[in-house]
Design a protein around this ligand. Sequence first.
Ligand code: ADP
Length: 454
Amino acid sequence: MRLRPRSIRSRDTLIAAVLAALAFTAVAAGIDLAVRNAMRNDVLEETQRSARRVSAAVREGTLAGPVIPDDSEDAGGSDGRVQVQVVRRGRVVAATPGALGRPPFSRLWPSRDERIVDAIQCTGHGPGGDCTMLVVIRTTTAPDSAVVYAARPMPSLLVTGLLEVLLGVAVLSLSGLIAWVTWRVVGRTLRPVEEIRAQLAEISATDLSRRVPEPGGEDEIAQLARTANETLDRLERAVARQRQFASDASHELRTPIAGLRANLEDASMHPDDTDLEMAITSALRDTDRLESIVTDLLLLARIGTGGSAAHETIDLAELAASEIRRRPSCLRVRTRLTEGLTVRGVRMQLVRLLDNLLDNAERYADGAVEIEVCRAGPNARLTVTDDGPGIPPADRERVFERFTRLDSARSRSAGGTGLGLAIAREIAQAHSGSLVIEDHPKGARFALHLPLSP
Ligand code: ADP
């Protein structure tokens, strides 16, 4: 069975109630003790006073007839009065009117050394039983000395446990009050959280353009609401991007599929007029294109998902040199490579990044490409510069978006999927680096920065 309340509100209320009950119980126990002591002392003092007065009278021989109760002994009404008996040789020889004709109050017989004795004596049964404060005084040290018994009923508050009942009720009421206040305060504090939760539940079920209510101020709940809204902003943008990407990808895939279909339909409808070799070549071209788009899409989806297990230390200058060697080029390729600048990364991905930059540079260059590797603060810097038409500043971010082509006819015909730069930037970012287009007097300059390995 689960005993812990589920809601923060119930939990806080329970904790506050329990703590309050513990604290109030401790205070109530203290009060109980203090009140009991004070009342007991009062009763004892009053009883002693009467006993002493009568004892003095017996000693001085001035006691004659019934003992007159003290005037001051009427605090508790007739019940609260001190009854006194003077006992000599086991017989009551004088007493207050209420105690006459009754057997001695007690068998207590003080010794010569300790002439005054007090005790609480209970005769009844149960909590409501009769309890009396008894003070016994041996009037003299003589062997046949008279003994004065003074008895006063204990206040019912002490005997019946009424005091504890009252204190218990007070503890329960105060703890209940604290629990109620906590319930209200926590409820009020958490109300915005509940509103945020309800709104978030609705947003995730309906549309991402809605936002959670932001309470004013700078407290934790206001910050939570702001963070939730920022997350929703990012989520909305990501979903929009994803949608755009899916639609762009379908569009890109549709073109070669349509070509393939047209080709096949033509061949099946007019088998005799079809040049089989041409049809197959065209179909293969479309299939190649489909394949390269799908391969690029898969790569894009996988970048950054492999963790750091596949990372190795790579000398950027060596990597660039081996890639340049591998690619036969009819252009002038100038290199300025500083060796010894190592980065941590996935070799296959960094090769792919460099390939994409070199492909584009060769495609757009008029006659020369320059590759440079150097150090830039805590980073290794690799630039690929060509002397082609360059990229206008307004398009320098756009070209990194998926399927962006500034000159679609030219790049498509050259087999570009429109994903090359998007892949390159994703790889750079997955390696905690950056890829940007920098200003250059002629042509385009792509600059890659990767953190140097420690
Ligand atoms: P593509 O497969 O079309 O080459 P990319 O993502 O590699 O796709 O490039 C996107 C677009 O950026 C290209 O279509 C082209 O218009 C522009 N671009 C890329 N590199 C260069 C460059 N070196 N010079 C001029 N334009 C470039």
